[in-house]
Design a protein around this ligand. Sequence first.
Ligand code: ZN
Length: 148
Amino acid sequence: MSDLKALYQEVILDHNRNPRNYRKMENPDRFLEGYNPLCGDRYTVYIKMKGEVIEDISFQGSGCAISKASASVMGSLLKGKTRAEAEVIFDQFHRLVRGESKADAEELGKLAAFSGVSEFPARVKCAILAWHTMKNVLEDKAESVSTE
Ligand code: ZN
């Protein structure tokens, strides 16, 4: 295993063990549940906006290490970002886990830890679940998210 892969694995293990922003938000502007029936991952994503800025974001639920670490990294990256910035980061992440772009560690930071997921198509849905849910929350969609 290369040093880079070991480092990436460390990021995922760390965020799985100690997920950031893992809590139910008391008075979110919006929240939605996302479900990945293939793996059984199920999370609720909560967002509080201040104008166009994501003032607070949190999640709660259960699932595999990749889905939980992905939700945790997402929250720590998106807090304080605008809606437009969040959509750009979503697109970067989406392309990365689908293997459509090479990880640029400097640009993507902790997101690059998920670049290896593209080699495992079944895990792409785990990695993207919280992100799809977040996007639907931002777009104010009422439907809960299912990766199927
Ligand atoms: Zn999963």
